[in-house]
Ligand binder design. Structure first.
Ligand SMILES: Nc1ncnc2c1ncn2[C@@H]1O[C@H](COP(=O)(O)OP(=O)(O)OP(=O)(O)O)[C@@H](O)[C@H]1O
Length: 749
């Protein structure tokens, strides 16, 4: 980055911070919100008492105890059905019959030829709710007498609807959670702590272990006969849950899961809102894809609903900043750093509140760390993160908000396990997870880089309604990176070649054409009725250095569109225009270095003073530091605005705003100056004074000016080009046109 670019970036930051500082109410509300939510969280933290519970110990009971719902079912008609696959094998049938005998319950054994046949039975028959379990042997039996292999593989299939569900389905996990090794939100302490049998999903209470044990016994008896019988007769198997030590129960974590994301949303929502508001106003809809967070999207929708008109003005505003020589990346970088600072400030603010409060109420340092972690915004977006693969998580983390949710999930998990995440264990896995906290951090960095890259590319190729799109491969071009393309001075085109001679005065031969327009066309597609509007039709015109060329025409003649194309606000539909030899569709960056623009609407920063505006544009235009004051004073005194130097631009009258806009266009010795109706809204005296000034400032400059007023064209224009319905009607000096049309050329056009 060159020193000049560095200065531009700094002045953009200065402008952003100055504007932020001036919007005191918004800033105070942001800070107050942070404090209010911080205090609410602290209050809740202190309100929720951390209890010590346990220890827990559980009784042992024989695995072969048949649950009472199997012995005397109340919800299904007796008897239970025990299904098996494949029905073809006699040995399998015998084994399942032995299981039934072992269970010592009234049961009907039903065989199915295949698993598919069993599934059809379950899906289509009403009686299927009587099926307690299905035993599926994973072996191919060629004939009914084929033996059972020594290494037996089988599946037990139980219904998704729990049969021993005392509280109804709503209170039970509806799945067997066979994909999860651990609960997605691991509890502190034992799972289902009151349940002797372990509770949901019910491997004991639903009879799974019972059937499995009976089946294993039957297989052993089949293979080993009397030896197995002898062994099994002397053994009784019990199941018993592990005991669990006394531990802290903190409902804050339960609350945190639900409430902290909302709090985080509220704390940051104002920052988000302001940030997005600023960016959306300055950029086109297409960039919305880069702002994926829900609050941001909601904010966007709100902003679009309420500020449709303002947005239109501000999209031009951004392009205007580009026109005056600020690069895209600089504006984004300035926004990034401005709002980064605000976010950091908010977070530090929260940390200070919590740390101070925490040290008052809690002495242990670990609590302050715990508080720090606890109060950071956490969202449990990925409830099933336990089942997701590494790749899936990586892809999910491409959305920075999901990455944030995942990161905070890890933080909360680690906190509730009393291990916490510190720099020295960010590479250690918690709960045997396939993803690490360090990866989340890495993905944040990657996302920042990726979003920056996407913003840069999308903005260049799809600038939206305002701005000239670059070719898709612009970044492969030498000129994009190294600038300074070879000058390509076009041949001077004679507009009269194409139109009748008598309406065009001969072109000056002793002057250099600062702007050359060649066969320019501009069509607008009107969205409402899908029709095409021709705004400019085959416009060819030369504008010379040291002259003021006035574009004169009725409302809607195409003057502003011409100016907009020349200043890079719109791309042309066809035709070319050169400014100092640089073609506008390719070399706008070069052109902008010497371009000054006064658009039809005053695009001023409401909360910057007149002198701050001029200081800002002096830096952007590269006026040496020691000349800033002199340049500002000269301009202000020339335009009679000295006494308004410290007034905010929003407090200026319409005419004064126009003057300021003209100064902004002229400042920094812009060689090509484009002024769109510069004197509109000025009183007669100011208009005349401005005319005089423009005449003095035209030396070494190519000035293009539009107006509706004959007298203005007459007073200012070295050459006057009259436009009607998008076409150039005639062009020449005031005297030439008077000769041509009598006293009122405007009336004849
Ligand atoms: N963004 C746009 N979408 C569709 N049509 C447009 C757009 N901008 C301008 N036009 C149309 O193009 C024609 C030329 O408009 P332009 O603003 O260039 O005229 P003008 O001579 O500057 O008028 P005025 O003196 O009122 O500013 C008009 O008919 C206008 O309706």
């Amino acid at each position: 980055m060159s020193l000049f670019e560095y200065k531009k970036l700094m002045i953009l930051l200065w402008k952003n911070f100055t504007l932020k500082r001036r919007k005191v109410v918004a800033l105070v509300v942001e800070m107050v919100l942070t404090i209010v939510f911080g205090i609410i969280l602290l209050a809740i933290r202190n309100f929720i008492i951390i209890k010590k519970i346990g220890p827990f110990s559980y009784n042992a009971f024989p695995i072969s105890d048949v649950p009472s719902f199997i012995r005397s079912p109340v919800t299904v008609p007796y008897p239970w059905e025990l299904a098996y696959v494949p029905s073809k094998s006699i040995v399998v049938q015998n084994i399942v019959e032995n299981v039934k005998r072992d269970l010592n319950t009234n049961m009907k054994v039903i065989g199915f030829s295949s698993e598919r046949a069993f599934e059809d039975y379950v899906k289509q028959t009403n009686k299927s709710k009587n099926v307690l379990a299905a035993i599926v042997f994973d072996h191919v039996f060629q004939s009914s007498n084929d033996p059972l292999p020594l290494k037996v593989k089988y599946y037990l299939r139980f219904s998704n609807f729990k049969k021993n569900n005392t509280f109804g389905d709503a209170f039970e996990a509806s799945s067997w959670l066979t994909n999860s090794l651990f609960p997605s939100v691991p509890p502190v302490g034992p799972r289902n702590q009151q349940e002797e049998s372990g509770g949901s999903p019910g491997y004991i209470s639903e009879g799974f272990l019972l059937v499995q044990h009976a089946l294993d016994k039957a297989i052993m008896l089949h293979h080993s006969g009397s030896a197995a019988e002898k062994l099994l007769n002397g053994v009784r198997i019990f199941v018993q849950r592990f005991p669990y030590p006394r531990h802290y129960q903190d409902f804050f974590y339960v609350f945190a899961d639900i409430f902290i994301p909302l709090v985080a949303l509220c704390i940051f929502s104002l920052n988000h809102l302001v940030l997005i508001q600023s960016i959306v106003w300055e950029k086109e809809n297409r960039l919305k894809v880069l702002l994926p967070a829900l609050p941001q999207i909601v904010a966007l929708i709100c902003i679009f609903l309420i500020t449709d008109e303002i947005e239109h003005i501000f999209t031009i505003f951004l392009e205007y900043q580009l026109m005056i020589g600020v690069s895209n990346w600089m504006m984004w970088a300035a926004y990034f750093f401005t709002f980064l600072c605000l976010y950091v400030l908010t977070i530090i603010f929260m940390c200070i509140i919590f740390f101070v409060k925490a040290s008052v109420y809690l002495t242990a340092a670990r609590y302050s760390f715990l508080f720090f972690i606890t109060y950071l915004p956490a969202v449990r977006l990925l409830v099933n993160s336990g089942q997701m693969t590494f790749k899936q998580k990586l892809i999910f983390c491409l959305c920075c908000n999901v990455a944030m949710a995942l990161g905070f999930k890890y933080l909360l998990d680690a906190e509730s396990n009393k291990t916490g995440i510190k720099w020295n264990n960010i590479f250690s896995s918690t709960n045997l997870d396939n993803f690490l906290f360090a990866y989340v951090l890495g993905m944040f960095l990657f996302d920042t880089f990726l979003y920056g890259l996407m913003t840069w590319y999308i903005e260049a190729v799809f600038p939206g309604q305002y701005g000239v799109p670059k070719p898709w491969n612009f970044f492969l071009r030498h000129s994009y990176w190294f600038g300074n393309p070879p000058k390509n001075q076009p041949e001077t085109i004679q507009p009269k070649e194409t139109i009748e001679n008598k309406y065009f005065e001969a072109e000056p031969t002793d002057l250099v054409a600062g702007i050359q327009i060649k066969h320019l066309h501009k069509l607008f597609i009107l969205q409402k009725n899908n029709t095409i509007k021709v705004a400019i039709k085959d416009l060819s015109l030369n504008l010379y250095e040291g002259q003021i060329t006035v574009l004169l025409g009725h409302n809607g003649a195409g003057k502003s569109t011409t100016l907009s194309i020349l200043s890079g606000l719109y791309p042309s539909t066809s035709g070319k225009a050169y400014i100092h030899g640089y073609e506008i569709s390719e070399h706008m960056t070069e052109i902008r270095k010497s371009l000054g623009l006064c658009p039809q609407q005053d695009l001023l920063f409401n909360y910057l003073t007149v002198s701050e505006h001029l200081y800002f544009y002096c830096v952007i235009k590269g006026v040496p530091r020691n000349l800033h004051l002199q340049e500002i004073d000269n301009m202000l005194s020339a335009f009679n605005l000295l006494e308004k130097r410290d007034a905010f631009s929003k407090s200026l009258s319409g005419g004064m705003k126009r003057k300021l806009s003209i100064i902004v266009a002229l400042i920094g010795n812009s060689k090509v100056v484009i002024l769109d109706e510069p004197t509109s809204g000025m009183d007669p005296a100011s208009r005349r004074a401005t005319w005089d000034l423009l005449k003095t400032y035209k030396r070494d400059r190519t000035i293009l000016l539009t107006t509706h007023y004959m007298d203005e064209a007459d007073a200012l224009g070295d050459r006057i080009a009259i436009m009607a319905k998008g076409s150039l009607q005639c062009c020449g000096s005031s005297i030439f046109l008077k000769h041509l049309y009598g006293l009122s050329p405007f009336g004849h056009s």
